[in-house]
Design a protein. Structure first.
Length: 340
């Protein structure tokens, strides 16, 4: 069941990458990622013993250098490394966007030749190409690591590729030493590690989408009480057009609605001398705005200067800070009510 689940998860990731190409321009790099993840999904599927037996029975022996299923797995991992090399080539300064398509054509051409040689001549040669191409990808990935959403996705993808390179080298060593192979219908010894590599590659390929979705869900949860309070007070800030269809769009809409409602409550941009100058401390400023949002008829006076996001902070980060103070005050009030 684990083997089937791994293949299914990787195919889901491949489908997500196809969907991303459908909604955004199909650049050379995006298409290469689709090819790479689909190749990993194919390798994970054919590595399942039941599928491997069915594939082996498709052609008579002798047409490939070994079992057909083994050839498909090697060729699939080889195609993954080749397609990922196209993405890696795009990250090097010497490759411009203008000539990236030419470079990709050359890489795919060489890959087609090596895959043919792998199937007709030697699987060991295929593992060698996979190891070399994966090493190139790892070097490129390490050069482009940083602590951003894209950087974290690259790190996960590169980790999976590094594991593929190591396992390819192990397969070459086993072939050189004539180590015994798995019997028909049994999983290869390296399959669990290849499964881990496949999952890392799949997760890295869709990490941006996953992280943005998780961050949007977390943001919706944090700003929920503040959003409900302001919307009940100013329902007109909700656009009556088509609502957001994705979690990210819903989160962006709610941030904008909170900002609009705060401006309306402050008088629509009117500045007041009684409000004073906003402090530089973001927590102090957010706490005062949150208290005023909860009790607009109290002693606190807020104008547009307080509501505008502080310098260096986005509207989303500013609303998150206000919502944090808003929720903290709610918890304090709940504890006081219980103690009474």
């Amino acid at each position: 069941m684990t083997l089937w689940s791994t293949a299914l998860l990787v195919w889901i990731a491949a489908g997500a990458r196809v969907g991303r190409v459908m909604v955004k321009p199909a650049t050379t790099a995006r298409v290469a990622i689709v090819v790479a993840v689909a190749s990993v999904a194919l390798a994970a599927t054919v590595a399942v013993p039941e599928i491997a037996l069915a594939v082996d029975n498709l052609l008579p022996r002798g047409l490939v250098s070994g079992a057909l299923s083994d050839g498909v797995v090697v060729a699939a991992w080889q195609l993954f490394a080749i397609a990922t090399s196209v993405v890696a080539a795009a990250a090097w300064p010497v490759v411009s966007r203008v000539n990236l398509r030419r470079v990709a054509t050359c890489i795919y051409g060489v890959g087609a030749v090596t895959v043919t040689l792998t199937l007709c001549w030697s699987f060991t040669f295929g593992w060698l190409v996979t190891a070399l191409a994966s090493a190139f990808v790892v070097v490129t990935g390490v050069r482009n690591l940083d602590w951003t959403t894209l950087g974290r996705g690259i790190a996960i993808y590169t980790s999976g590729t590094a594991l593929v390179a190591a396992l390819s080298a192990a397969q070459i060593r086993r072939a050189v030493t004539d180590a015994p192979r798995a019997s028909p219908g049994e999983a290869d010894w390296a399959w669990p590690l290849f499964a881990v590599a496949a999952l890392l590659v799949a997760l890295g390929a869709i990490w941006i989408v996953v992280e943005l979705w998780l961050r949007a869900r977390l943001l919706l949860r944090r700003i929920g009480p503040l959003h409900r309070t302001m919307i009940e007070r100013f329902p007109e800030v909700i656009a009556h057009g088509r609502p957001g269809t994705s979690t990210q769009l819903v989160a962006s809409d709610q941030v904008a609605q909170i900002m609009d409602a705060l401006y309306l409550q402050s008088g629509g941009g009117v500045e007041s001398v009684a409000a004073g100058v906003p402090p530089r401390s973001i927590p102090e400023r957010a706490a005062r705005v949150a208290e005023w949002a909860r009790n607009p008829l109290g002693d606190i006076v807020i104008d547009a200067r307080w509501i505008a996001p502080p310098d260096g902070l986005s509207a989303r980060g500013w609303v998150r800070a206000i919502a944090r103070s808003f929720r903290s005050a709610d918890r304090v009030g709940a504890r006081n009510s219980v103690s009474r």
